[in-house]
Write a protein that binds this ligand. Structure first.
Ligand code: ATP
Ligand code: MG
Length: 286
């Protein structure tokens, strides 16, 4: 279906990130509520065409662990990207309600399945009233990714050490996403970003700790040995020592919960109800 801005009814703002606003919209012709992300780009015609082509490919790439993509359109130099609306919002707004190990394991399984093309962090992990967990945001359009000026350095980075301080032997690969996933698991488990910004006197001190300090760990008092081991193996400083995609899914922690029933729906409802009305946190930067 070719989306058109005139067929959309604008609802409330769902959040803001580095590149723009995400708004709830209602698509009248199909009766579908969507989330629409507006991204300001200052690009020439041919770059915009390339992005459009790359995004069109997304229509075919669907998975139960990734939010559906409904289409994108351009108005002047803005891209409007329409995706499945997830009514309970992102995990960063829910995790303060508490995330028990079985739920944490199910979330991790879902993230692991889509890690190849995702920017894993709590704001990109979305939850709906059915208790489904889905990732959003690109890594999907190379051209779009390149075009997003990554100028801001903030106090919450999910970048692996080798991305902060690249060397010839270590560069950005799939291993770097495994680091982000490990960090995300810890953040979700303790409802706070693992490198506490208030303990550093500058962003650089914090980035320095990511590069030179010991990696954060999952609390062994609260989580099983298997869970702690999984996270420790994602947060290896040397990229090639981290779990790879196959190893993640066959790790004893995820293997155990893969076959177990977890009532995600009840957890999601409770988390949503207890966190409703809390102010959304400030956009994070990388
Ligand atoms: P960054 O810009 O650093 O990636 P971000 O992921 O928070 O940070 P956006 O991707 O612009 O920034 O999203 C802003 C907020 O909108 C998210 O934090 C999330 O709470 C909300 N959001 C995004 N997509 C959806 C969606 N499909 N359904 C419901 N809420 C969404
Ligand atoms: Mg996002």
């Amino acid at each position: 279906y070719n989306l058109n801005i005139r067929e959309l009814q604008f609802k409330e703002e769902l959040g803001r990130g580095r590149y723009g606003v995400v708004r709830k919209v209602f698509h009248k012709p199909t009766n579908v509520t969507m989330a629409m992300k507006e991204i300001q780009l200052n690009l020439d015609e041919s770059s915009l065409k390339q992005i459009q082509m790359e995004l069109d490919v997304l229509h075919s790439a669907c998975s139960e662990h990734i939010v559906d993509f409904y289409g994108a359109f351009f108005v002047e130099t803005c891209v409007y990207y329409c995706m499945e609306y997830m009514d309970y919002g992102s995990l960063d707004r829910l995790y303060s309600a508490g995330v028990p190990e079985d739920v944490l394991a199910k979330i991790t399984i879902s993230d692991s399945m889509s890690i190849i093309h995702r920017d894993v962090k709590p704001t990109n992990i979305l939850v709906n009233a059915k208790g489904e967990i889905k990732l959003c945001d690109f890594g999907v359009s190379g051209k779009l990714n390149q075009s997003l000026a990554k100028t801001s350095i903030g106090c919450q980075s999910y970048m692996a050490p080798e991305r902060i301080e690249p060397s010839t032997s270590q560069s950005y690969t799939i291993h770097s996403d495994v680091w982000s996933l490990g960090l995300t698991v810890i953040e979700v488990s303790k409802a706070t970003y693992p490198y506490d910004p208030s303990t550093f006197d500058s962003v650089f001190a914090q980035l320095n700790t990511i590069v030179n300090g010991a990696p954060p760990t999952l609390d062994p008092q609260k989580f099983s040995t298997k869970a702690c081991d999984f996270v420790a193996q994602c947060l290896q400083k040397v990229p090639t020592e981290r779990l790879n995609y196959t190893q993640m899914l066959s790790h004893p922690w995820l293997a155990e919960y893969e076959t177990r029933e977890v009532d995600m729906e009840s957890w999601a409802r409770r988390a949503f109800e207890t966190t409703q009305g809390q102010a959304p946190r400030q956009p994070v930067m990388e």
